[in-house]
Design a protein around this ligand. Structure first.
Ligand code: NAD
Ligand code: TYD
Length: 336
């Protein structure tokens, strides 16, 4: 498969993609360009020890850095982003910079370098909330928070570069992803590690019946690899697992697997504009031969087990940058 530039490869899904691709393809070389924001963590790549991997510390918005990183790469798989909805509600400047301007720079550099495939990793959140049925790729997008609006902006630029310059852009829209090495601001790692620390699980009140579709991270990586190899340029592919769960259900599952009872649930004010349900149809991707291999039951058990066995990884994060964020976001807003 040659040489691939991965952006944001020190984050949750990007690092899993790098670990998996190096495993799956003995001849592949991966260049990882990552700014190492609060969410970027080189601990996620500790197990990667090979001459087939190069790390570049830099910003995708920086033209010089991008031109250098992309040189000689056959494809770009773009993960780098600001990714947390709640943070985007506090302030979205970094979201616009990385998720829109950053994509623009990637597209420019890919065009300059005749890159043969540019895969933009996007999200089901661009469809907005969906009360009934499941979104297909041709549905109108309707993002409802600053994070999803910025991701939609990046997607539209990608589509524009495909239409205007025939740049071979592919877009994937993944559903909620979970697994090892996920930063503990996201609901599952937050709840799992809080339970392990005997701390309460902050569930958004009024949002407890909201629904997300849960995809195990390695299945997300397999889907991206499938689209990279078999997808048609200019096309969008939904990646959905079909494990739609209410927030209260996933909370109860975490309590069960960590041996805690419901008194550990702590009600906090709901997220403003909280999307009620995400749901996608992924027949188009499944027609390329992909399907999820890890069930919700298996995935959540593996995930809880990993956080139990890897306290070294998450305890230092929770003692670092995360501490102040948690204080502002939760402790000051508890509903008593
Ligand atoms: P993450 O927050 O764990 O990691 C993001 C990574 O991007 C970090 O390593 C960070 O340092 C890097 N980064 C941020 N800004 C950068 C910049 N300007 N230049 C270079 N690097 C930068 O994210 P994640 O959860 O792994 O998500 C990866 C991608 O997948 C994102 O594009 C996200 O929108 C998309 N996605 C995520 C989910 C999910 O449930 N996590 C679902 C669907 C799609
Ligand atoms: P999150 O992991 O932030 O992903 P997304 O907003 O991209 O779906 O949140 C998943 C769901 O969990 C969402 O409906 C909001 C809810 N949630 C809580 O109830 N409490 C929390 O502390 C967090 C972070 C999320």
């Amino acid at each position: 498969m040659g040489k691939i530039l991965v952006t944001g490869g020190a984050g949750f899904i990007g690092s899993a993609f790098i670990r998996n691709m190096l495993d799956w393809y003995p001849d592949i070389h991966i260049v990882n360009l990552d700014k190492l924001t609060y969410a970027g963590n080189l601990d996620n790549l500790k197990s990667v020890d090979t001459k087939r991997y190069t790390f570049i510390h830099g910003d995708i918005v920086d033209a010089e850095v991008m031109e250098h990183a992309i040189k000689g790469c056959d494809a770009v798989v773009h993960f780098a982003a600001e990714t947390h909805v709640d943070r985007s509600l506090v302030g979205a400047k970094d979201f616009l910079r990385t998720n829109v301007e950053g994509v623009y720079q990637i597209l420019l550099s890919a065009r300059n370098n005749d890159t043969s495939r540019v895969l933009l990793v996007s999200t089901d959140e661009v469809y907005g909330s969906r009360d009934v049925g499941s979104a297909v790729e041709t549905d109108m997008i309707c993002p409802r928070n600053p994070y999803s609006a910025s991701k939609a902006g990046g997607e539209l630029l990608g589509k524009a570069f495909y239409e205007s310059f025939k740049l071979p852009v592919l877009i994937t829209r993944g559903c909620n992803t979970y697994g090892p090495y996920q930063y503990p601001e996201k609901v599952l790692p937050l709840f799992i590690t809080n339970a392990m620390e005997d701390k309460p699980l902050p569930l958004y009140k009024g949002g407890e019946h909201n629904i997300r579709d849960w995809l195990y991270v390695d299945d997300h990586c397999r889907a991206i690899d499938t689209v990279l190899r078999k997808g048609v340029p200019g096309e969008i592919y939904n990646i959905s697992a079909g494990y739609e769960k209410e927030n209260i259900e996933i909370t109860r599952k975490v309590l069960e697997l960590t041996g805690k009872d419901e008194s550990f649930i702590q009600w906090v004010p709901d997220r403003p504009g909280h999307d009620r349900r995400y749901s996608m149809n992924s027949d188009k991707l499944r027609a390329l031969g992909w399907k999820p291999l890890v069930s919700w039951e298996e995935g959540i058990q593996k995930t809880v087990q990993w956080y139990k066995e890897n306290e070294w990884w998450w305890r230092k994060i929770k003692e670092g940058e995360f501490k102040k964020y948690y204080e502002e976001q939760y402790i000051k807003r508890i509903i008593t």
